[in-house]
Write a protein that binds this ligand. Sequence first.
Ligand code: ZN
Length: 129
Amino acid sequence: MNLDLDIGVLVLLGLIPASIKFQKGYLFWLNFLAGAACLPLALWNAVVSKPNAAVLLARAERDAAARGEARCPACREFMRAEATICPHCRTAVHGREAEAPGGAPAARSAPSLRPEESLAGAPLKQRAL
Ligand SMILES: [Zn+2]
């Protein structure tokens, strides 16, 4: 029995469910150990588990911040942090005025999004607070 080969096989078996679960927003090392210990059970768990939306969203936000991007408050798509108009939905972003070439602030070409309006212009459901 070759111990080096056995450890290599365990590492490879652990990588399969660990990478699947990591892509879904779960801890890599916990699922790596589970895959090395019992591949069929860990693989089944990795395939049927639902993505962890909160972790995936936090990862996307962190990666976007590292790239110098921010989310549009209207359509939630990523855009450059210094952008004044969203390239996806053409919404003017609050707190940022477009500068005309002469230095004076230019008129907004698109209406800024008010919190009580959705993208279609229909009022959002009011909170009962
Ligand atoms: Zn947008």
